[in-house]
Design a protein around this ligand. Structure first.
Ligand SMILES: NC(=O)c1ccc[n+]([C@@H]2O[C@H](COP(=O)([O-])OP(=O)(O)OC[C@H]3O[C@@H](n4cnc5c(N)ncnc54)[C@H](OP(=O)(O)O)[C@@H]3O)[C@@H](O)[C@H]2O)c1
Length: 268
């Protein structure tokens, strides 16, 4: 069977994923069937050659890989709807936060392979950090999923119990770092630069900091030590931030986010 991929719930994340996969050159728009209720929002994708539908079951029947990207609260209703059309020959990849493989299988049956993947929106530019996990019985299907997500960034295989923590650190994490960049740009604006200039300078500086760690495989403090001269302005700024709880508030934010991620599926 030709590899067709259905995206059930083609919203922010689903569309970011297909954009990244097509940009990788390995997939074409025609390889995807995008499904959501309001397909007027998919017109742009239709004109690029993606198939679109509001019929989730039709999308599932056309696909060999089914990627589910609806909000957690919609998961039960969507899985119940497509359950009859799913077969054991298909691979189901759930991007949905907080919904365990065993819960998915309690609705669709345990003969269908299910793997979970937790990317972030940088997947659209192929810079995602994607965490991948499954239950013991479907671990053998993880390599196929890894291969797909390697096209759109870095990935790591984790235990399924770690998925909510991965959601906080990597999926929500994008927003945390973006807020840090915005704060830096606001500081830059206050001391001298126009807002747009300050933002460009802050964003590139943040990119440089992350790239240093990745390129040198180093610890942040190693890189910090290189720029903090005695009585200097860098250590003065850093210590002021720490006196005001910089690291502590970042850590607390991630901890609260992880707690919240645990309850996403069960809450209305
Ligand atoms: N955004 C992220 O950074 C991120 C990262 C990792 C994981 N996730 C997970 O990915 C999932 C999607 O997040 P998102 O940010 O992409 O949310 P989103 O933009 O709201 O996308 C969800 C899509 O599901 C569609 N939908 C709702 N009910 C549906 C139904 N019955 N059948 C088919 N489609 C339906 C919605 O479109 P219609 O209303 O038109 O149907 C919407 O476009 C969530 O479970 C989230 O936890 C998100």
């Amino acid at each position: 069977m030709e590899t067709k991929i259905a995206i059930i719930g083609a919203g922010n994340l689903g569309l970011s994923l297909v954009t990244g996969l097509v940009d990788s050159g390995k997939y074409q728009p025609a390889d995807f069937i995008l499904s959501r209720r309001d397909i007027s929002k998919l017109e742009e994708y239709k004109s690029k050659g993606f198939a679109i539908t509001k019929d989730n079951c039709e999308a599932v029947r056309m696909a060999s890989i089914v990627i589910v990207a609806v909000l957690p609260q919609k998961m039960d209703v969507v899985l119940t709807e497509i359950a009859e059309d799913l077969t054991a020959n298909q691979l189901i990849i759930s991007l949905v936060s907080g919904v365990k493989v065993k819960v998915i299988q309690s609705i669709i049956g345990d003969d269908k392979p299910v793997v979970r993947a937790m990317p972030n929106t940088a997947i659209a530019i192929r810079e995602s950090m994607t965490c991948i996990a499954s239950s013991e019985n479907w671990k053998s299907r993880i390599p196929e999923v890894k291969e797909m997500f390697e096209l759109v960034g870095e990935n790591v295989v984790i235990n399924e119990e770690q998925m909510t923590s991965a959601t906080a650190l990597c999926a929500c994490g994008i927003a945390f770092f973006l807020r840090a960049i915005r704060a830096a740009s606001q500081g830059g604006n206050e001391i001298d630069f126009h807002a747009n200039e300050a933002l460009q300078m802050a964003a590139q500086t943040a990119k440089g900091a992350a790239s240093l760690l990745i390129a040198n495989n180093s610890h942040p403090e190693d890189e910090i030590d290189k720029v903090t001269s005695p009585k200097g302005c860098t250590i003065a700024g850093l210590n002021e931030m720490e006196h005001n709880g910089f690291s502590s508030s970042f850590i607390k934010g991630i901890t609260v986010s992880a707690k919240q991620a645990k309850g996403l599926y069960t809450e209305d």
